[in-house]
Design a protein around this ligand. Structure first.
Ligand code: UT7
Length: 329
C-alpha cells in the first residue's frame, strides 16, 4: 500500500458582507433587547449579505484570498469541497458555482451538508483525498447566507445567526510546510435531527403555499437541548484531540462560534484560560459552517498561532454532527 501523504493548510481566507446589523435592529420589531442578546450569547452584531449576494458569492471572495495566501491559482486546484446548509440552490451544488466563478477548470466540485460541522467535514474530506494521493491541491470552504433562512418572528433563534464565508487551501505538507493536519474526528447522532431543523422544502415535505405560509422553510431550534450537547462535545473533543500532547504545546483552540457562554462553559470544564481560545462571535454571530474558517483566518492574520505549536479546530451542529482537527502550525 502506498504511504499516506502528510497534508497541510497552505493558505486561508475569509469574507464578511459589508452590512453590519446591530442587536438594536431586532429591538425595532421583537420583544428583545441588546442587553439580553449580549448577556445570553455574547453577540453584539452580525453581517447580512446584500440582496444580490448568495452563498457562492461569499465563498468566491474567501476562496480568492485563500488561493492568494497559498500562492497558487484556481486552475491548480484538483477539487473544491464546500460545506453549507444554505446553498444557492438545492440543485446544482454551490461548489459547482464556485468552480465556475473562480475559473477552477481542473477541479471536481461538490457540497457537503453537515450544518455547523460543514467546514470540518470539508476539511477532512479534502485531507483524505490528498493523503490517499487522489488530489494535490484542494479548496475547503465553509459558507452561509443564514439571513435568508431565519424567521424574524422567532426571537429565540433569529438573533443568533449571521452571513459569511471562510476557506482553506490544502496541499501536501512537503510543499506548504505549515498547518499539518495530525488528527481528525467526525461524529453524528441522527436521533437528534429535530434539535436544529428546517422541516419543509425537501423531499419529505416539498414546498407548498402552506409550508411557506407557516414558515416551515426557516431554521427552528431547541436552544436548551443544543446548549447542553454543545458544552459536552466542545470540551470532550478538545480533550480527545490533545490526549497524547502536553497542554503547553497548545497554541490556540478555534471553536465553532455558537454562543460565548457555551465556549466559556467548555473552557471552565477543561480549566483552560481565555487566551488559548479565539472568540469573535461578538462581531459576526453564528455563521454556522463558516465560523471555524473565518476564525482560523483571523487567528493566522493576527499572528495568534505560534509556529510549531498545536491548534485545535472544533465544531458541532445540526444532524446532530460534530468534528475536530488537530493541526501543527
Ligand atoms: O450552532 C448551532 C445552532 N445554535 C443553537 O442551537 C443555539 C444554542 N443555544 C443557545 O445558544 C441558547 O440556548 C439560546 C441563546 C438560544 C437561548 O439562551 P438560554 O439561556 O438557553 O435561554 P432560554 O431558551 O432558556 O430562554 C430563557 C428566556 C425564555 O423566557 P421565559 O420562558 O423564561 O419567560 C425565552 O422566551 O428568554 C426568552 N428569550 C428571549 N428574551 C429576549 C428567548 N429569546 C429571547 C430574546 N430576547 N431574543
Amino acid at each position: 500500500m502506498a504511504s499516506r501523504v502528510r497534508v497541510g493548510i497552505a493558505g486561508t481566507g475569509a469574507y464578511l458582507p459589508d452590512r453590519v446589523v446591530p442587536n438594536s435592529y431586532f429591538e425595532e420589531f421583537l420583544d428583545t433587547s441588546d442587553e439580553w442578546i449580549v448577556q445570553r450569547t455574547g453577540i453584539h452584531q452580525r453581517r447580512f449579505a446584500a440582496p444580490d449576494q448568495a452563498t457562492s458569492d461569499l465563498s468566491v471572495h474567501a476562496a480568492e484570498q485563500a488561493l492568494e495566501a497559498a500562492g497558487i491559482g484556481a486552475e491548480d486546484l484538483d477539487l473544491i469541497v464546500l460545506g453549507t446548509l444554505t446553498p444557492d440552490y438545492l440543485l446544482p451544488s454551490t461548489a459547482c458555482l464556485v468552480q465556475k466563478k473562480l475559473g477552477a477548470t481542473n477541479a471536481g466540485a461538490f457540497d457537503v451538508n453537515a450544518a455547523c460541522t460543514g467546514f470540518l467535514t470539508a476539511l477532512h474530506t479534502a485531507e483524505a483525498f490528498i493523503a490517499a494521493g487522489r488530489a494535490r491541491r484542494v479548496l475547503a470552504i465553509g459558507a452561509e447566507t443564514l439571513s435568508r433562512f431565519i424567521d424574524e418572528k422567532e426571537r429565540g433563534s433569529c438573533i443568533l445567526f449571521g452571513d459569511g464565508a471562510g476557506a482553506a487551501v490544502l496541499a501536501p505538507h512537503d510543499e506548504c510546510g505549515q498547518g499539518e493536519i495530525l488528527r481528525t474526528k467526525l461524529g453524528a447522532d441522527g436521533s437528534g435531527y429535530e434539535f436544529i431543523h428546517m422541516s419543509a422544502g425537501g423531499s419529505k415535505r416539498p414546498a407548498t403555499h402552506e409550508t411557506v405560509e407557516a414558515g416551515e422553510h426557516f431554521i427552528r431550534l431547541k436552544g436548551r437541548e443544543v446548549y447542553r450537547f454543545a458544552v459536552k462535545y466542545m470540551s470532550s473533543l478538545i480533550e480527545e484531540m490533545m490526549e497524547t500532547h502536553d497542554p503547553e504545546e497548545l497554541s490556540l483552540v478555534v471553536p465553532h462560534q455558537v454562543n460565548e457562554r457555551i465556549i466559556q462553559a467548555a473552557l471552565e470544564r477543561l480549566g483552560m484560560s481565555d487566551e488559548k481560545v479565539l472568540i469573535n462571535i461578538h462581531k459576526y454571530a453564528n455563521t454556522s459552517a463558516a465560523t471555524v474558517p473565518i476564525a482560523l483566518d483571523e487567528a493566522r492574520r493576527e499572528g495568534r498561532i505560534e509556529k510549531d505549536k498545536l491548534v485545535v479546530l472544533v465544531a458541532f451542529g445540526a444532524g446532530l454532527t460534530w468534528g475536530a482537527s488537530l493541526l501543527r502550525w
